[in-house]
Design a protein around this ligand. Structure first.
Ligand SMILES: *Cc1c(COP(=O)(O)O)cnc(C)c1O
Length: 423
């Protein structure tokens, strides 16, 4: 019997990694289970944002050069903080724009089709923005997306099998672009073995790490991944629309940048404003226009928590929490028709648990009114993300207790069976 309040409290006391709710802006009377969509804001992120804002208010244009470090090179400051969390060199990471734009820019660099090798391999479960972006890039090259894009299909609509992906790695494929963690099921793909298999076939491979960044371990250099993109507002807690990050393996730094802009120019010459483009020969060469300083400042504060607590510890705690949640669901909720749409093997899942029920949409709405904030993904998934920083065992006990209450009392029947514009 794990479904027991005393037991949950005991686990909170004994766990080697304690939640640090006091370091976050928590929402009153709310168990926040939606950090996989939009993380809560750490006080350190807020403080850094205000610090940068204050610098600008007091010095105007001098903020670019007279702060310490100068904001003109802020992308490099943040890369130094970001890269080690991903097993990368700072020169291989830059903070820039949003994930969608970064996919375009890196694909434009790395997709160099030849007569025989011209396909791009994606999957049918990924968050669609990558697909949209790649299609638009292909059209500007005069190519037909339907002829270029190959799709690996999920066998069950929930998971992707690594062996099915590897089977599709033929000599026709130029680039592979896959999710690291699937946004719906929370499945974590084996980036290491997929990268190795792709390279054996001479294929370039990259990952959308938006759902794995800050929730799982990445070792980009050790695995020799070619490229990756991720956002910073989910598990990295940097606030809505905070700038995204990209990783480009240093072996590709000599290639033409995908979207040339003056902010990618060699720093000592940028203000010479020359017509001939000459970019920095590292990931920061993929910068485009003026940095979004106020959307970057929170990242500096938010990343400090990852350095203080260690990605390995955060990941291990996250696994213990998702396991506890899965155990409670199996023990308490399976008799109400709930199933788990997340891999049972800890090493095959990211930071959230997908709870499946045919009444998911109405149960989700009821949960929000009863103080638990999850999110819903059509047609039947409630995503629950126990973020190690600010969700504890007791929160998970209450989450399951409230779902049980919603079922026992049929509270969900009071809700409409339709979702809002922002699900
Ligand atoms: C959240 C998410 C994005 C978001 O892209 P934006 O350009 O930041 O809106 C992209 N891809 C995946 C897999 C995501 O989960």
């Amino acid at each position: 019997m794990k479904f027991n309040l005393e037991e949950a409290r005991r686990q909170d006391q004994e766990d080697s990694f304690k939640a640090i709710k006091h370091e976050f802006n928590m929402i009153e009377n709310t168990i926040y289970m939606d950090g996989n969509s939009l993380g809560l804001f750490p006080k350190a992120a807020e403080e850094n944002l205000l610090k940068v804002l204050q610098a600008y208010k007091s010095m105007g244009i001098d903020v670019w050069s007279k702060t310490n470090p100068p904001l003109f090179l802020y992308q490099d400051t943040l890369a130094e903080l970001m890269a080690p969390i991903f097993g990368a060199k700072a020169s291989e990471v830059t903070i820039h724009s949003n994930t969608t734009v970064n996919i375009y820019s890196l694909m434009a660099t790395l997709y160099q089709p030849t007569e025989t090798r011209k396909k791009i391999l994606v999957d049918d479960l990924n968050f669609p923005t990558g697909r949209y972006t790649i299609e638009s890039l292909l059209r500007t090259k005069g190519l037909n997306p339907e002829e270029v894009i190959m799709e690996v299909n999920s066998r069950d609509g929930q998971f992707l099998e690594e062996d099915a992906i590897i089977e599709m790695m033929t000599d026709e494929i130029a680039v592979i672009f896959l999710p690291a963690v699937l946004y719906r099921s929370g499945q974590l793909l084996d980036m290491k073995s997929l990268t190795q298999a792709a390279h054996e076939k001479g294929i370039i491979i990259g990952f959308d790490c938006s759902h794995s960044a800050g929730s799982v371990i990445h070792e980009f250099d050790h695995w020799d991944v070619d490229f990756a993109v991720w956002c910073t507002y989910k598990y990295l807690n940097s606030g809505p629309g905070a700038n995204a990050a990209l990783f480009l393996n240093e072996k590709h730094h000599h290639l033409p940048v995908g979207i040339q802009g003056w902010q990618g120019y060699k720093k000592d010459k940028q203000f010479d404003l020359l017509n001939h483009f000459d970019n920095v020969k590292d990931a920061s060469g993929w910068q485009t226009g003026t940095q979004n300083i106020l959307s970057m400042a929170p990242i500096e504060g938010a990343l400090k928590l990852f350095h203080e607590h260690g990605m390995k510890n955060i990941r291990e705690k996250s696994i213990r929490l998702t396991q506890y949640l899965i155990d409670l669901i199996e023990e308490v909720l399976s008799s109400y028709g709930f199933t788990i749409g997340t891999p049972k093997e800890p090493l095959r899942r990211g930071g959230h648990v997908a709870l499946i029920h045919e009444e998911a949409i109405r149960i989700n709405a009821a949960l929000k009114d009863l103080g638990v904030l999850p999110d819903f993904r059509a047609p039947n998934v409630i995503r629950l993300a126990p973020v190690a920083f600010y969700v504890d065992y007791e929160d998970l006990y209450h989450t399951v207790r409230i779902i049980k209450l919603i079922m026992d009392e049929k509270i969900y029947e009071q809700y409409d069976n339709k979702r809002g514009t922002v699900a």
